[in-house]
Design a protein around this ligand. Structure first.
Ligand SMILES: C[S@@+](CC[C@H](N)C(=O)[O-])C[C@H]1O[C@@H](n2cnc3c(N)ncnc32)[C@H](O)[C@@H]1O
Length: 208
């Protein structure tokens, strides 16, 4: 069983929303800034959890949104929250790395902090298959820090701690290389450090 399927959404969201962690706001803001730059008609969010940032995606004028997550409870909440908001909202409970997870390729696919929990090469290959030619792929990965725990301590780490059994940080140069091998070109690539001291690599690629 994938440990993500055992995580209560309230614990996950409460952890990510803590001001000293600040990752929910960072992920949503990063995704929305890319959407504002690209102006896609169709968007897919892989590892969408409870729909972090979906309200802001709507404000950008996107009506065709697909959210995918391996945790069925997360998907149910995302649909309850946003099912009425978009003209076309599809929420799928699926393992994105599984070939059976299929949807029409989109103009923009975003995955924030997903690659740490999956086979990175398989997931990037799947991203390349699910983005239209000329479309975009945005990704956020967590960078290694000698002095910080991979999962930041919080009142919720007792439940979230099970994730450490599958969490593997990805080298950003390796990530970029694999993405290029699967036909993406780099549009932008930057390191962002949050107030917590944790750093992340933010990539925007285009499908050649
Ligand atoms: C660190 S969270 C990031 C969530 C979201 N991007 C956000 O802004 O909060 C990773 C998400 O990916 C989902 N996930 C993990 N492995 C997955 C897989 N193989 N296929 C689909 N979703 C997966 C988890 O259930 C979780 O919701």
């Amino acid at each position: 069983m994938n440990p993500w399927t055992t995580i209560p959404l309230n614990d996950y969201e409460s952890h990510m929303n803590l001001p000293e962690i600040g990752q929910a706001e960072f992920l949503a803001g990063t995704m929305v800034a890319m959407i504002q730059t690209i102006s896609p008609e169709s968007v897919a969010v892989i590892g969408c959890a409870g729909g972090n940032g979906f309200d802001q995606i709507k404000e950008c004028g996107v009506e065709h949104l697909i959210g995918i997550d391996i945790n069925n409870d997360f998907c149910d909440v995302a649909f309850d929250r946003y099912g009425e908001t978009f003209d076309h909202l599809e929420i799928m409970t699926a393992d994105f790395c599984d070939e059976s997870c299929q949807f029409d390729p989109v103009d923009f696919l975003f995955a924030g902090l997903l690659f740490e929990y999956v086979d990175c090469e398989t997931a990037i290959k799947r991203c390349s298959e699910q983005v239209v030619s000329g479309g975009y792929f945005g990704a956020v990965i967590q960078l290694h820090c000698e002095t910080m725990a991979e999962i930041s301590p919080s009142p919720f780490t007792e439940t979230l701690g099970v994730l450490s059994s599958i969490m593997t940080l990805v080298d950003p140069q390796f990530f970029e290389q694999i993405a290029c091998d699967y036909g993406f070109t780099v549009v932008s690539n930057q390191t962002v450090e949050l107030i917590s001291g944790k750093s992340f690599q933010v990539f925007l690629f285009q499908n050649r």
